[in-house]
Design a protein around this ligand. Structure first.
Ligand SMILES: Nc1ncnc2c1ncn2[C@@H]1O[C@H](COP(=O)(O)OP(=O)(O)OP(=O)(O)O)[C@@H](O)[C@H]1O
Ligand SMILES: O=P(O)(O)OC[C@@]1(O)O[C@H](CO)[C@@H](O)[C@@H]1O
Length: 305
């Protein structure tokens, strides 16, 4: 089974406007609301691929109920931990022609110690050897930066596989706990290594330096350029298939879904990566955080050698 954990889910609100204008009122030409947060996006993408998953996470208030109901309508299995606070709404404003966007993420609700221990209990009840756990997104207030590291230790000690997709201190502490896979984007990788983009291009073997921090496998996503993979035996760069980009938000989560899907079938990282690239590209071609379809993924997969 594949589990996804979203500690800080979000309703993703996208507003389409003609042009950015400051200090005046802009009118939206259209808007859409998607059920987001990195782990939930992974479950939604897996669902599009016809792959079962169980989505766990904190859910609260009216927005939380709305997300729960949307995931339920998609027939995604869910085991939520109810909280007193309100699930956040993240807003993206996109200019016509998808030229530019501004994305603002709320910090999210406060999590009480009791709510946190309810969630840990829920995780423990589901731990089984051989399963895959995707831990995705930022930490809400009240959850310490070491929390993912603690969960990774629990999951890996149970013989299951933890996949980490987060940023900042939670990522730094998380990779030290040796997850099976970590998927930073280039900016997050640079931050981990403390390098500027110029320094990174001049540095040989930086993927090995990241691996030395703890993760067993590494995928660094490079946006439309593709991705790099590294494990103890190899380091290779792969190119993404070409698409007309609509909105790349959620492409990283789709890539994680594609990777975990194939890894859970027993494929190697280099066999799984083309599916990750195809899933990322498929979702980047969609509006909002709408995610790619299986048909699109199969078509795009054929473009990758
Ligand atoms: N414009 C694009 N064209 C083709 N493939 C893309 C494009 N944008 C993203 N992808 C694919 O999706 C993958 C993940 O994208 P990206 O590196 O932007 O992830 P991310 O920064 O983690 O995204 P997010 O956090 O918004 O989900 C890339 O490695 C690439 O394979
Ligand atoms: O604030 P976080 O948790 O880092 O990221 C949350 C988020 O930006 O990630 C997803 C795209 O990857 C969106 O659905 C969501 O709004």
């Amino acid at each position: 089974m594949i589990y996804t954990l979203t500690l800080n889910p979000a309703a993703d609100l996208e507003l389409q406007i003609d042009e950015f204008a400051f200090d005046s009122v802009s009118r939206a030409n259209s808007s859409r609301l998607d059920c987001g947060g990195k782990g939930f996006n992974v479950s939604r993408m897996l669902n599009n691929l016809g792959v079962e998953s169980i989505a766990l996470g904190f859910i609260g208030g009216f927005t939380g109920q709305r997300l729960a109901s949307e995931l339920g309508k998609m027939n995604i299995q869910c085991q939520f931990t109810q909280i007193a606070g309100e699930t956040r709404t993240n807003v993206t404003v996109v200019e016509a022609g998808n030229k530019r966007h501004i994305k603002v993420n709320e910090a999210g609700p406060n999590i009480s110690p009791e709510e946190l221990s309810n969630l840990v209990e829920q995780v423990k009840q589901n731990l089984n050897a051989g399963d895959w756990w995707v831990l995705g997104g930022s930490l809400p207030k009240g959850v310490s930066a070491s929390f993912y590291a603690e969960l990774i230790t629990l999951i890996e000690n149970a013989g299951a596989h933890a996949v980490l997709d987060t940023s900042g201190e939670a990522l730094r502490e998380g990779i030290l706990a040796q997850p099976s896979l970590v998927k930073p984007n280039l900016e997050e990788a640079q931050e981990l290594l403390g390098l500027s983009s110029e320094e990174l291009t001049q540095t040989q073997g930086w993927t090995q330096a990241l691996l030395a921090m703890g993760p067993k496998n590494l995928v660094v996503s490079l946006g439309k350029k593709g991705a790099m993979i590294a494990d103890e035996h190899q380091c290779a760069e792969f190119t993404s298939p070409t698409i007309v980009e609509a909105n790349p938000i959620g492409a990283g989560d789709s890539m994680v879904a594609g990777l975990v899907w194939r890894l859970s079938l027993g494929e190697s990282l280099s066999q799984a990566l083309p599916y990750g690239l195809a899933c990322g590209a498929a979702s980047a071609s969609r509006q909002g955080t709408d995610l790619g379809s299986l048909e699109q993924v199969e078509q795009l997969r054929k473009q990758i050698n």
